[in-house]
Design a protein around this ligand. Structure first.
Ligand SMILES: Nc1ncnc2c1ncn2[C@@H]1O[C@H](COP(=O)(O)OP(=O)(O)OP(=O)(O)O)[C@@H](O)[C@H]1O
Ligand SMILES: Cc1cn([C@H]2C[C@H](O)[C@@H](COP(=O)(O)O)O2)c(=O)[nH]c1=O
Length: 220
């Protein structure tokens, strides 16, 4: 993965920053991405909040698979490797169509999930994080990834409060595997040079938002 936003001289150009919020289902990524967008705007920056799966065509198909409205042939479960490829395709399309144009106009982009989600979720589903990393090789590195650490025990009641219909990954045993997978994915991405802030997401919303803001404010 290549870090964007630097010219041939290595000097920073006038691009916006790609800021990613990550965590288990129920960690509070949607809430914190929205609040970060608001704080950026209040600080005088232009900010765009987005999410993956994206609103593009691959994202729409993924949403249907997650909610079981689309299955594999004859009602069989949708193939897990094919789903991993869809997430990778959605990411490239999302970046090309929505994220990169905003960044190049100096807009900060806050994404609720990005590549780390694929490493954690598809890494856990397939038991092959290296392959998941390979199919996501062309996705750019965020300027900052904020990981909201919550235990599956804390995330569970939040998910239950927020939704009635559970998507395919919102199964307690799987969420515990995803939690372990996130820890491995964080190591992999840190070793690759990504800037990552780990934040205790089990605190009240405003306390988490303050910690997210402190991490973003520490960017040069
Ligand atoms: N720090 C927090 N403390 C208590 N409740 C929270 C906190 N953050 C979010 N919530 C609540 O938990 C529920 C899920 O929050 P949110 O949608 O932000 O999570 P999420 O990580 O995006 O979940 P999912 O990935 O399943 O969509 C919401 O009802 C939200 O108000
Ligand atoms: C980007 C991405 C997401 N997922 C999973 C994570 C969640 O279970 C759903 C998205 O639902 P949300 O409520 O909108 O967060 O998809 C994934 O498995 N792989 C990914 O790359």
């Amino acid at each position: 993965m290549t870090r964007r936003g630097r010219g041939a001289s290595g000097a920073k150009d006038r691009q916006g920053r790609l800021l990613v919020v990550e965590g288990l289902d129920g960690a509070g990524t949607t809430t914190q991405a929205r609040l970060l967008g608001e704080r950026l705007r209040a600080a005088g920056r232009t900010a765009h909040v987005t999410a993956e799966p994206s609103g593009g065509p691959a994202g729409a198909l993924i949403r249907q698979v997650l909610s079981r409205r689309v299955t594999g042939r004859d009602g069989r479960a949708f193939d897990a490797r094919a789903l991993a490829l869809l997430f990778a395709a959605d990411r490239l399309d999302h970046h090309a169509d929505e994220i990169a144009p905003k960044l190049s106009r100096g807009v900060d982009v806050v994404s609720d999930r990005f590549t780390l989600s694929s490493l954690a979720y598809q890494g856990a589903a397939l038991g092959d994080m290296a392959w998941v990393a390979e199919i996501n090789r062309a996705a750019p590195s965020p300027d900052l990834t904020v990981f909201l650490r919550v235990s599956p025990r804390v995330a569970l009641p939040r998910r239950r409060a927020a939704t009635l219909d559970r998507e395919i990954f919102e199964v307690d045993a799987f969420q515990r595997r995803v939690a372990a997978s996130y820890e491995r994915a964080l190591e992999v991405r840190r070793a690759a040079g990504d800037r990552i802030a780990e934040i205790d997401g089990s605190r009240p919303v405003e306390a988490v938002a303050d910690a997210v803001w402190a991490a973003v404010s520490s960017l040069d």
